[in-house]
Design a protein around this ligand. Structure first.
Ligand SMILES: Cc1ncc(COP(=O)(O)O)c(C=O)c1O
Length: 466
């Protein structure tokens, strides 16, 4: 069972390296039989017998992608390998070729979790005498709606396994919600619930058999999980500037996120229509993450499933919805995907095998949340008030707010590196998310969430006014 080292670092990975290296710390890998100097634990039982000293010719990990130090053999007899990245984005694959010819992948490298890099800033902000105002995470802090809590409790007696496709009531509530709020004609049978949407996004290409050699594209300034979804599948991540065109060669999957996290930009119906027809012509699956669709402010967003965007058919188009932001249910882990019924069915078949199933009490809570809009209006008022207080306070203190037309973030800049702006804010006890976490175009911006209590927002406003 010879072991083989392949590095699949690619030029666009190097782009990420440039983008994220300043903010992300060094990352090292260890694999069975080899350990890096810091000796991270290996998690595989694969045994090595033969290995060319530096990997097979032509497939060696290239220093231009950041490999810069040799792996040291952990067991005597194991040859040394290269294997340290400086940025966490290099994907190193160690695969054991089994007698059957199948490949057993024993490790896949993923980026360091972005929030880990924030620890020093968090400590700095926490030293403020009036305490930290944490605006780095977009996590809701207001109560989960009472009707939803009641629905959850009423469904607490749930001894049986739930169905992966969810309950009929949940699927109907989701379809009715999309029609009522966004003018989308969704089929209840094409609704597939998920355990929050981060897992759904991260695994979508894998579940749809996207793999090595395929491209997965996403906006170059975006939520990092689209990139992770490509890496988990073994596909090539392709960051795209949607203002400058669409990727050639065409990817298998194109992620959109309008309204966008982190900068709150909204794609117009015309632009989305163009993108959908471009994707359909090339057989590209286009998926819009509609996480912030309820939060249009200066600009009203539109669903990708709206007839103005995709016509009367959902072919080749999917929309992802979470209840985390709409209904303060981030702790419940509740979301769904809908759109092209054939693609949803394919996802259902795989997710069923993988046990990616929404718990019954959460399905009941989600059904109640989707049927009610009153709590959403209340929450919108809260966020509108907080934005209206925070925005002018930031501007008066010399920060410019760019875009931020929709969603739950203010995208601020002092036209300097984002880590400097984040440090300036941390000295006022305010923690923001440096924009480079979201890609190269974010290097001069900081993302500030309005998901903090009224009291914390008022405290931030008072500090900024000094
Ligand atoms: C754009 C976007 N998509 C998806 C998610 C994941 O949300 P959840 O997993 O809570 O559904 C987030 C969370 O912040 C997000 O910002």
């Amino acid at each position: 069972m010879p072991l083989e080292l392949t590095s699949t670092g690619r030029p666009q990975d190097a782009g990420h390296e440039g983008t994220r290296a300043s903010s992300w710390s060094r990352q090292q890998f260890s694999v069975a039989g080899w350990a890096l100097p810091r000796n991270r634990a290996a998690s595989t039982t694969a045994r090595s017998t033969r290995l060319p000293p530096s990997g097979p010719p032509g497939r060696r990990a290239s220093p231009s992608y950041g490999l810069d130090s040799p792996l040291r053999p952990r067991h005597p007899g194991c040859p040394a390998l290269t294997g340290e990245t400086t940025n966490g984005w290099l994907r190193v694959r160690i695969a054991a070729k089994l007698d059957s010819g199948l490949e057993c992948i024993v490790i896949k490298a993923l980026p360091e979790f972005p929030w880990s890099a924030l620890a020093p800033l968090r400590d700095r902000a926490a030293r403020h005498p009036d305490g930290i105002v944490n605006l780095a995470l977009g996590t809701p802090v207001d109560p989960a709606p009472e009707i939803v809590q009641q629905a959850l409790c009423s469904a607490a007696d749930a001894p049986s396994h739930p169905a992966t496709e969810g309950t009929p009531a949940l699927r109907e509530a989701a379809a009715a919600y999309l029609s009522r709020r966004f003018g989308v004609a969704a089929e209840a049978g094409a609704v597939l619930p998920s355990v929050g949407t981060k897992e759904l996004i991260a695994w979508l290409p894998t579940v749809l058999s996207v793999g090595p050699g395929d491209l997965v594209a996403y906006p170059e300034l975006s939520f990092p999980t689209y990139d992770v979804s490509a890496r988990l599948a073994g596909a090539t991540p392709v960051p795209v500037n949607l203002d400058h065109g669409l990727p050639e060669p065409a990817p298998r999957v194109l992620w959109l996120n309008t309204p966008s996290n982190p900068d709150g930009r909204v794609l117009s119906a015309d632009r989305m229509r163009e993108i959908v027809s471009w994707c359909r012509e090339r057989g590209v699956l286009v998926v819009n993450d509609e996480c912030y669709l309820e939060y249009g402010w200066e600009q009203e967003p539109i669903s990708i499933l709206h007839p103005e965007v995709c016509g009367d058919s959902h072919t080749g188009v999917l929309a992802v919805h979470t209840l985390s932001k709409r209904s303060n249910l981030a702790g419940y882990r509740a979301g769904f995907i809908t759109g092209d019924p054939r693609v949803v069915q394919e996802m259902l078949e795989v997710r069923r095998h993988a046990g990616l199933i929404l718990p019954t009490p959460i399905a009941a809570a989600m059904t109640a949340a989707l049927a009610d809009d009153t709590h959403v209006e209340l929450q919108r008022e809260r966020y509108a008030r907080r934005r209206a207080q925070l925005r002018p306070a930031l501007e008066a203190r010399g920060l410019r707010v760019d875009h931020s037309d929709s969603g739950l973030y203010l995208w601020v800049t002092r036209d300097e590196p984002c880590w400097d702006t984040a440090a300036f804010l941390a000295d006022e006890g305010i923690l923001g998310a440096p924009g480079s976490i979201y890609g190269r175009p974010g290097e001069n911006h900081v993302r500030l969430a309005v998901t903090a209590t009224d009291e914390r927002i008022a405290s931030a406003v008072a500090r900024l006014a000094r």
